[in-house]
Each structure stands twice: as C-alpha cells, then as structure tokens.
Write a new protein. Sequence first.
Length: 253
Amino acid sequence: MEQNLTEEDIKLAQNENEDIIHLYEPLELNLNEKYQYIKEGKIFSFFSNLLYYGIAFPVLTVLNKIIYDLKIEGKENIKNLKTGAISVSNHVLILDCTMIGLAFGLKKVYFTTREGSFKIPFVRKLIKLLRAIPIPTNTKNKIHFVQELNKAIQNGKVIHFYPEKALWPYYEKIRNFQNGAFNFAIRNNVPVIPIVITFRNPKGIRKFFKKKKDVTVKILKPVECVRGQESEKYKVEKLKEEVHKIMENNIYN
C-alpha cells in the first residue's frame, strides 16, 4: 500500500527522477535486438485479450471503485482517435496504470515501465500479457527499443509514458518531464494525450473509514505536434512545455 510522501521522503530521494518505492528484483532481463517489446501473434494476442478484457478489466473496475472511488472524466477526448498516439500522465500510485487502462476502455494502450518491473518473479509474465513494455537502461538496447516503438506507433498503437519517470505516491503536483515521450510524438507526427491523476477527499460514508484520498482520472484533449521548420529538438521542447502547462493547469481544477 502506498504511503503519502513526507518532506523527509523527498529529501532522501537523490533527485525527482528517483522512485521513492523500491521493489524486489531478483531476476535478469536480456533486452537484446531480438527482444519483442510489443509481442503479437494469434496465440499471444488471444491470451493477452482474455486476461486483459476477461479478467483484469472487470476485476480492476470493481477494485478501483471500492478502494479509490475512481472517477474517469474526458473519455470523449479519445473517442475519435484514429491514429497512433502517445499518452502521458503523472505517476502517483503503484497501479495507476490500471486506471489509465480503464480510462481507455476497449481501446488498446501499451504501458512503458521500468526495466526492473520485468525482474520480478511471476509479475514479469503477467505484465507482459497486460501490455507492459520495459524501458532498457543500456544505451545499446535503446536503439532496438526506439525502432520497435516507432513501428508500433506508425501502425496505430497508443503508447503510454510517465514523463516524470519516477513514482511518487500521492504527490499532488506535476513534476518536471523527461523528453522521451515527446521525442516519439514528434518523430512519428502523432498527438499527445495528456492525462492527469488527481486526488479528492472521500465523501459520504467513505470519509468515516477511509484515510487516504479518492482518485479522479482526467483525459484532456489531444495536443498536436508542433509544426514548422524548426529543429526537432526545438519542437520536442515546445511540445513538452505545452503539455506540462496543460496538465499543471488541470490538476487543480
């Protein structure tokens, strides 16, 4: 169970890109040029869809409602999405990816995650079926990673990133963003879908037995790529700044 961040927790982190929570990661993961970041095939897709839509989706719908009284706003903003896209959100709960998945409904979304998540026994196989993608830490492996994701985006896939990089439980501000998600958006000329995860005080009978806040997921309007003759670096920075500002303005509303 996540704990609210204290000032001491924040001070102990070396920087804001460092996870506050550390998991047990005993296994090895070989992300070579043959690794399938987005695995397909009829058999894999069958079991992936069965697990995702037949088990995880209904179970997580109920659990997130009971635990967080989860509310999802802005589904109309992705209703007419016809192309590949990048979605981004703040990272404030261990399982906030499940909330993002519920927000997208029947629309497939793939989740980038720490390489370490694939070093946890059993979990590595489960999250692979649930469309998780490990982000390699080795520079050599990142070349294949980028190629595979570019191909997926061009083929209409939606890839979710946490541009803050690290998980800070129940943190109620938008932190600084890394460039990765916005690089993919600019290079593939696809929109960025900003999503903000906000907290609210429990109401009604819930306020008598629930100490932690409830959750609202807000899907905001897609942000189109910056156009013009400027350099790719400039476009990435402008897109990153625009999305950050939009999310910052909506996290308090």
